[in-house]
Design a protein around this ligand. Structure first.
Ligand code: UD1
Length: 419
């Protein structure tokens, strides 16, 4: 399980380096199936989710090896089209293996992704997109069998700009005959990074990062070498760590353009933020002001993956903030735990009303999902006394590489108890 023990009150100061993006590397690892050859991927973070996907790749017949932060995947030869059930049930994003496997082998069997703490998260848009490319999909006993004689390009209009569905369709369409156009595609930077990786492999994709993506299918792919973009959510989390402790931190290896909505909200709360080419300085000397309104939206709106961390900050702000979560229907589990620490939060459907309090108090709290867990750590950094955050291995380790070590290097009093 693992827990963090945090003695709050230390002002964070110094420099921290952001690791490669979890949400970029996962589809890139799936994409490494497509070339039937070698993919050299740099800036891969050490994360539980990366391990899970690498184990799946190894199980189906790829060989993956880590050298520092570089991962080498060799996907030559026949791979097993039966994706093992356990990891897919544990990690929903393994569903992106479907598009890549279907494109290369024209057949894949995968289990339905399991329930999720932050909402229902159906995959109807993924399946509808793959069907439009020519896949026949049979669902039975919790499994999806997806097959085709060949894939053909098509025009696909997504009802909602789903990140995973956009990626799954791209991963299949690169091997389809003809042209695929995805309209109302997700515009997240991780989609543009996937496009870059696939194009280095030989694919012909344009528009990744905009709402219309054009994919000309091809037959032969080549070996590829690529460096994953920095993790914008991790960068945002360290910015909030500085803000909540009244600290002064330089965050290295970020793409400031990717975190504009976070910069904007932290600016509104009174932090001074300095943008450089690949780093950001943040300095926050007094109690933050409440941000009137935080509404999560698809990129380039305020990211749902930063909602919990921003809420932790607003718990300590002067005044009242209103949060509206538009992406996931059940993403306020951290609020119950923040309340145990003295926060004043009321939840009303998709809205949360947060009245800032003078002081948070250390408490024993449980992380229920990845970003909610990070929010509890942030609250613990600011709280009076000791906070214990439980369930670190299950959730926080999925998406943060050495969170405790990096926070300690900034002056935080945080230790990990592995039991
Ligand atoms: C990705 C990110 C996740 C982030 C989310 C939204 C990865 C590995 N994960 O998740 O960190 O929080 O984007 O920015 O990149 N939906 C449907 N039907 C579908 C697909 C999605 O109804 O077929 C709904 C979901 O239930 C959810 C919303 O669309 O309410 C957004 O989901 P989506 O953009 O697909 O998120 P993920 O790709 O799962």
């Amino acid at each position: 399980m693992g827990k963090y023990i945090i003695n709050g009150g230390n002002r964070l100061e110094g420099e921290v380096r952001v690791e490669g993006s979890k949400n970029a590397v996962l589809p890139i690892l799936a994409a490494s199936i497509i070339n039937g050859g070698e993919s050299i991927i740099h800036n891969v973070p050490y994360l539980k989710d990366v391990n899970t996907l690498v184990n799946v790749l190894n199980t189906i017949g790829c060989s993956c090896s880590f050298e520092g932060n570089t991962m080498i995947v060799n996907s030559s030869g026949e791979l097993n089209i039966n994706i093992p059930e356990k990891p897919v049930r544990e990690m929903r994003s393994s569903i992106i293996l479907m598009g890549a496997m279907l494109g290369r082998f024209k057949r894949v069997k995968i289990s339905f992704p399991g329930g999720c703490e932050i909402g229902l998260r159906p995959i109807d848009l993924h399946l509808a997109g793959l069907k439009l490319l020519g896949a026949k999909i049979v669902e039975s006993h919790g499994y999806i069998l997806c097959e085709c004689d060949k894939l053909h390009g098509n025009e696909i209009h997504l009802d909602y700009p789903s990140v995973g569905a956009t990626e799954n369709i791209m991963l299949a369409a690169v091997s389809a005959e003809g042209v695929t156009i995805i309209q109302n595609a997700a515009r997240e930077p991780e989609i543009a990074d996937l496009q870059e990786f696939l194009n280095k492999m030989g694919a012909r994709i344009t528009g990744g990062g905009s709402s219309t993506i054009r994919i000309q299918g091809i037959r032969e792919f080549q070996n590829v070498e690529h460096t994953v973009i920095p993790d914008r959510i991790v960068a945002g989390t360290y910015m909030v760590a500085a803000a909540i402790t009244g600290g002064k931190v330089v965050i290295r290896d970020v793409i400031p353009e990717h975190i504009k909505p976070i910069i904007s909200k932290l600016g509104e709360s009174g932090c001074k933020i300095y943008r450089h080419d690949q780093s950001i300085g943040i300095s926050c000397s007094k109690r933050p002001n409440a941000v009137e309104f935080v509404k999560t939206m698809p990129y380039p709106g305020f990211p749902t993956d930063m909602q919990a961390q921003m809420m932790a900050l607003m718990c300590t702000a002067k005044g009242t903030s209103i949060f509206i979560e538009t992406i996931f229907e059940n993403r306020y589990k951290h609020a119950e735990e923040l309340i145990k620490m003295g926060a004043d939060i009321k939840i009303e459907g998709r809205a949360a009303i947060v009245k800032g309090v003078n002081d948070l108090m250390g408490a024993h709290v449980v992380s229920r999902d990845l970003r909610g867990g990070a929010a509890l750590v942030l609250a613990g950094l600011a709280a009076e006394g000791t906070t214990v955050v439980d369930n670190v291995d299950t959730h926080i380790d999925r998406g943060y590489d050495s969170l405790d070590t990096k926070l300690r290097s900034l002056g935080a009093d945080i230790a990990k108890d592995e039991n």
